[in-house]
Design a protein around this ligand. Structure first.
Ligand SMILES: Cc1ncc(COP(=O)(O)O)c(C=O)c1O
Length: 441
């Protein structure tokens, strides 16, 4: 199965069944030595072709691409591993806008947004994003990660409380933990559990600030909470709701308003944040709110905005042009093609007895199982030209390793069929290999 031969039992035990969690918390006085076994473990996986991470591409991101592993092993194939949901990164108008921005503004923002790092392009973008999202105000960040982490850090003090979905993005959990020791996680999508926590905290701490944090489309499960129910709950008990719409804003729903639009909740959450890196062809993130005090609060008191260089003029020009496309008929057409592809992929994978999670979005989570079967299946898929990303424990629950297939508007049925055929063959090859290994024991 591997690129340089089959595995011995010992190697198989650590490489096929161990997890990152076994290697990330090693002790020892030497800070750098703590990472030695971690490195050895990853290098072992790489040697046997079961490290599907840290891949790089050598050309534009498209529905087919050439991808290389960390050691330069290169494969060409169908690409279901890029977050490029509407294929705007190579759109001629977007490329043109980026080139114009270079001519007009140069390539650099040259300062924090708190000083003079904003440009006319970023100021206009904030205004346009506010209108698109249905809010009075919007602030643009250099990354989505910084937007999520930063807004929580700005708002929440040590005596406040954060109630957060267990599967919310790492930036949100880290922001919560970095702000207060009072972080309460609730089981994924459990409204009842969130409500119980909120009632108790409000009862015990009448003067505390309480932030409730969730996402529209969850990035590992592609499922969606009832936003109106959460917002009403928060209003009833003096809490603030914050929602991360990184994966669906611009890409889903007739006007591109994501699941908020589909649920009739556009502009409803107290705070809406998201990322440009999935649909808007650029690094960057945003925080929108109807409370216009938030902008300067963040600009002067939010690490990932105040103490970092502002988003570049090139990125702003790209995002603005993407927004033009997203808002016009072409955007409607792209979203409808994306959704057609999502539904077709989900149907074809289900027909091939793969287990799928969640609701239709650009993310199609396909459950592969434990570490061994998922690593081997991913290895074979890659070698056969099926390029996608594996997510394993501790990023998801044990034995629910999955492919996070990412769909694009420009995928065609042949490419989807090809990927499904590869997936079926890869799963067969992996199962046969594990059967032989277990018989040999
Ligand atoms: C749900 C969610 N929120 C926020 C982010 C961070 O976005 P960015 O890539 O812009 O830093 C991501 C990206 O991984 C994400 O999946």
């Amino acid at each position: 199965m591997s690129r340089d031969g089959s595995m011995s039992d010992t190697i198989a035990n650590s490489l096929l069944s161990g997890s990152l969690a076994d290697y990330i918390e090693h002790d020892g006085a030497s800070l750098l030595n703590r990472w030695r076994e971690h490195q050895d473990w990853w290098d072992g996986r790489l040697r046997f072709g079961i490290d599907p991470y840290s891949k790089f591409t050598s050309s534009r991101i498209a529905t087919e691409c050439t991808a290389s592993t960390r050691d330069g092993h290169t494969v060409s194939g169908v690409n279901f591993g890029s977050q490029e949901y509407l294929n705007l990164a190579s759109h001629p108008e977007v490329l043109h806008a980026a080139k114009n921005a270079i001519d007009d503004f140069g390539v650099h923002s040259a300062g924090s947004a708190a000083l003079m790092g904003n440009t006319k392009l970023s100021v206009d973008l904030e205004q346009r994003m506010a209108e698109f999202l249905g809010y009075k105000d919007c602030t643009v960040f250099p990354t989505g990660w910084g937007a999520g982490y930063g807004v929580i850090k700005t708002l929440v003090r040590p005596s406040d409380h954060v109630i957060i979905d267990r599967l919310a993005h790492a930036s949100l959990h880290e922001g919560a933990r970095g702000s207060t020791g009072n972080v309460h996680t609730f089981p994924h999508l459990s409204f009842e559990h969130a409500k119980t926590l909120l009632l108790k905290i409000r009862n015990d701490h009448p003067a505390a600030g309480i932030l409730v944090v969730t996402e529209t489309v969850f990035s590992m499960d592609s499922d969606v909470p009832d936003i109106a129910a959460l917002q009403n709950l928060c209003r009833a008990h003096g809490a603030t709701l914050m929602v991360d719409a990184a994966h669906d804003m611009g890409a889903i729903a007739p006007k591109g308003g994501g699941y908020l639009e589909l649920q009739g909740c556009t502009g409803m959450p107290d705070i809406l944040m998201g990322s440009f890196s999935k649909t808007f062809a650029s690094n960057g993130g945003f925080v929108a709110s109807n409370d216009t005090n938030l902008k300067l609060a963040m600009r002067y008191g939010c690490g990932p905005l105040t103490f970092t260089n502002a988003i570049s003029p090139i990125q702003c020009a790209i995002i603005s042009k993407c927004l033009d496309i997203i808002e016009r008929d072409e955007g409607v057409e792209l979203r409808s093609r994306l959704m057609e592809n999502v539904l077709y992929m989900r149907k074809r994978m289900a027909e091939s007895d793969f287990i799928l999670f969640g609701q239709p979005s650009a993310i199609v989570p396909v459950i592969l199982g434990d570490n061994a079967i998922s690593r081997l299946t991913t290895h074979h898929a890659f070698e056969l030209g099926g390029i996608t990303n594996l997510v394993e424990y501790p990023a998801v629950k044990r034995d629910t390793s999955r492919w996070r297939i990412q769909m694009m508007a420009n995928h065609n049925k042949n490419q989807i069929d090809k990927f499904v055929d590869i997936a079926v063959r890869a799963r067969q090859n992996a199962s046969s290999y594990l059967e032989v290994m277990s018989k040999a024991r």
